[in-house]
Design a protein around this ligand. Structure first.
Ligand code: TYC
Length: 103
């Protein structure tokens, strides 16, 4: 007698329900000439939970190459982080920009 706890049943259920992983989004920071480096590092620390070494590395990558990856998230988390960066930058009147793109 098959129970819903059998491994075979679980596999069949997944196939029928078409369970698939969510689309993921890259959140990308863009360079500009005015936003202070320390502010970008602070954004990477507080919004993207990077440690000081990683945050500094990403900031310099953006500074040198024009853009850099801050993180990869599901849609709503990525959108929220873009909004948070926008809001924090706007409050300080810095032109820092951040975008999201589907992976
Ligand atoms: N280019 C800026 C400066 O020289 C620093 C900077 C880095 C700005 C990363 C934005 O996303 C950025 N002050």
């Amino acid at each position: 007698m098959a129970s819903k706890f059998d491994t075979e049943s679980i596999v069949l259920d997944n196939a029928e329900n078409k369970i698939k992983p969510p689309d993921m989004y890259r959140v990308v920071l863009l360079n500009d000439h005015y936003t202070p480096m320390d502010f970008v590092i602070e954004i990477l620390r507080t919004v993207f939970h990077k440690n000081p070494v990683e945050a500094t590395k990403i900031m310099f990558e953006v500074h040198r190459k024009g853009s850099g990856l801050a993180g990869v998230y599901i849609h709503d988390i990525a959108a929220t982080k873009v909004q948070q960066v926008d809001q924090l930058a706007r409050y300080e009147e810095y032109p820092l920009k951040c975008t999201m793109e589907r992976t």
